[in-house]
Design a protein around this ligand. Structure first.
Ligand code: IDP
Ligand code: MG
Length: 150
């Protein structure tokens, strides 16, 4: 089992896509461990996107991610990190494959709907950035054995 972090970015919230995005993960069989609607401030944005500091798009990215409420979720399941990244699609939405979230709902890199952790280390760091341990629910759904038998 793996856990990853996704954020429906301000454009996704404004366009009414929170439910659609979560539906895709749930119907794939992934489980929501934690869920919040929050406004990211500049300090949190700087910590989240520290790896991008100094890049030409950094200031625009911080302005974008702080521009309105976002829906943040911790999502879990077998190989959740890579499974979710593949469902999200390419960073440059114009190059994202149809059937991916960006490929179905976005057109540009600057408004690409969703964030998802890209590796085990970033997933652990990002889940910890947005959720306290007590926010993360450990539970089993009746359907889980039908999706990932052990
Ligand atoms: P990712 O979100 O697919 O992991 P990253 O390369 O980590 O992509 O970039 C983080 C975010 O920064 C992207 O999702 C996008 O919002 C923004 N971004 C990346 N490259 C550009 C760019 O060239 N122009 C504008 N925004 C960008
Ligand atoms: Mg990234």
């Amino acid at each position: 089992m793996e856990r990853t972090l996704i954020i429906v970015k301000p454009d996704g919230v404004q366009r009414g896509l929170v439910g659609e995005v979560l539906r895709r993960f749930e119907t794939r069989g992934l489980r929501v461990a934690a869920l919040r609607l929050i406004r990211i401030d500049r300090d949190l944005a700087a910590r989240h996107y520290a790896v991008h500091q100094g890049k030409p798009f950094y200031h625009g990215l911080v302005a974008y991610i702080t521009s309105g409420p976002v829906a943040v979720a911790a999502i879990e399941g077998p190989d959740a990190i890579q499974v979710v990244r593949r469902m999200v699609g390419a960073t440059r939405s114009n190059e994202a494959a149809p059937g991916t979230i960006r490929g179905d709902y976005a057109l540009t890199v600057g408004r690409n709907i969703i964030h998802a952790s890209d590796a085990p280390e970033t997933a652990a760091f990002e889940v910890d950035l947005y959720f306290a341990p007590s926010d993360l629910h450990a539970y089993e759904r009746a359907t889980d054995p039908w999706v990932f038998p052990n």
